[in-house]
Design a protein around this ligand. Structure first.
Ligand code: NAD
Ligand code: MG
Length: 286
C-alpha cells in the first residue's frame, strides 16, 4: 500500500479529492460486508471525503443508510452519494456549517425524517491550520478550530441524543496529535484533546442508556486535509507525510473504515469511552 506522493498544495480548505495526486482509496474492492449494520441509519459529518467518506462507504457495504454533512464540496459529496447508492443503500446529502447549532439541529432532523431514524453518529468534520509559532495564530484562526472541531461535535451530539436509543453508537474522529502533541498544530491539538475529554465523559453519562461513545485517533492518512493544511506552508511536508511512522508510510482512508464499522456495530458491544489508534504503529500513552 506504499504510495509515492509528490509535493503538492491546495490553496483552499476544505480540500477536494479530485486534486489529490495520487487519488486516495476509500474502500478496498475486496472488503466484504457481512450485514453488521443492516438497517442502521448513520449520520457522518465530513462524510463527503477522506476518512468520513471511508466510514460512509464501509457503513453502506455493511447495510446502513447514510446521511452526509459537509461544508461545501458538492462534487466530493455527489461522488460519495453515487458510491453509497452503488452499494444499494440510501443516502442524504446535507451541506452546511457544523459550527452553527441551528444547522446541526436541522441536519439531525433531516436525517431522521429522510432515513427514518438515527442509530450511529460519526463526528468527523474538522479544520486544521498549520502554524509554527503560537504568536502567529490569530483570534479568528484559533476560534475557527474551536467552533468546528469542538462546538461542532457538541452541537451534533446534543441534537442527535433525543433520537438515539439503546444500542446506538457515537464515534468521534480525534487524532494521534491529542496524545503525542504536534508543535505546528497547537490549536488543532487542543481541539483534538478536547474531543477525547468529551468522549470519555459522555461515555460515562450514557452508559446507563446503553449508548456507547468512542473515538478513533488516526495517524497520518492520505486525505484532502493534508495538501489543504500542510501544502500552503510546506508542499514537501505533504510528500513526506507518514514516513516517520514505524510502517514508514501514510495510511489510506480505506484502512480507517473498518475501525468505524467495529465501533458502530454490535462487535464492540462492551466497548465505551475508548479510543482506537489506527496510526501505522506509533505507540502512545493512551
Ligand atoms: P477531509 O478534508 O476529507 O475531511 C474533513 C471534512 O470536514 C471536509 O470534508 C469538510 O466538508 C468537513 N468540514 C470542515 N469544516 C466544516 C464545517 N465548518 N462544517 C461542516 N463540515 C466541515 O479530511 P480528513 O483527514 O478525512 O478529516 C476528517 C477528520 O479526521 C478530521 O476531524 C481530522 O481532524 C481527522 N484526522 C485526520 C488525519 C489525517 O491524517 N488525515 C489524522 C488525524 C485526524
Ligand atoms: Mg471534503
Amino acid at each position: 500500500m506504499a504510495i509515492t506522493i509528490p509535493p503538492q498544495s491546495q490553496d483552499h480548505q476544505p480540500g477536494v479529492e479530485g486534486k489529490m495526486k495520487p487519488l486516495a482509496i476509500h474502500i478496498r474492492p475486496d472488503y466484504k460486508g457481512s450485514g453488521k449494520l443492516n438497517g442502521k441509519k448513520a449520520l457522518i459529518t465530513g462524510g463527503d471525503s477522506g476518512i468520513g467518506r471511508a466510514a460512509a462507504l464501509h457503513f453502506a457495504r455493511e447495510g446502513a443508510d447514510v446521511a452526509i454533512v459537509y461544508l461545501e464540496e458538492h462534487e466530493d459529496a455527489k461522488e460519495t452519494a453515487r458510491l453509497i447508492e452503488a452499494e444499494g443503500r440510501k443516502v442524504v446529502l446535507i451541506p452546511g456549517d457544523v459550527s452553527s447549532s441551528t444547522f446541526c439541529n436541522e441536519a439531525v432532523e433531516k436525517t431522521v425524517s429522510q432515513l427514518g431514524g438515527l442509530d450511529v453518529l460519526v463526528n468527523n468534520a474538522g479544520v486544521q491550520y498549520v502554524s509554527n509559532d503560537l504568536t502567529d495564530i490569530t483570534d479568528e484562526v484559533w476560534q475557527r478550530h474551536m467552533d468546528v472541531n469542538i462546538n461542532g461535535y457538541f452541537y451534533m451530539t446534543r441534537a442527535a441524543l433525543k433520537h438515539l436509543k439503546a444500542g446506538a453508537s457515537i464515534i468521534s474522529t480525534s487524532s494521534i496529535n491529542a496524545f503525542a502533541g504536534n508543535k505546528s498544530l497547537v490549536a488543532y491539538t487542543t481541539t483534538k484533546a478536547a474531543e477525547m475529554g468529551f468522549t470519555r465523559a459522555l461515555a460515562l453519562q450514557l452508559a446507563e442508556k446503553k449508548i456507547r461513545v468512542n473515538a478513533v485517533a488516526p495517524g497520518p492518512i492520505w486525505t484532502p486535509l493534508q495538501p489543504a493544511s500542510w501544502g500552503p506552508v510546506d508542499p514537501q511536508a505533504v510528500a513526506d507525510m507518514g514516513k516517520s511512522t514505524p510502517m514508514g508510510r501514510i495510511g489510506e482512508p480505506s484502512e480507517m473504515g473498518p475501525a468505524y464499522v467495529y465501533l458502530a456495530s454490535e462487535d464492540s458491544s462492551y466497548v465505551t469511552g475508548q479510543t482506537l489508534h489506527v496510526n501505522g504503529g506509533m505507540i502512545i500513552n493512551g
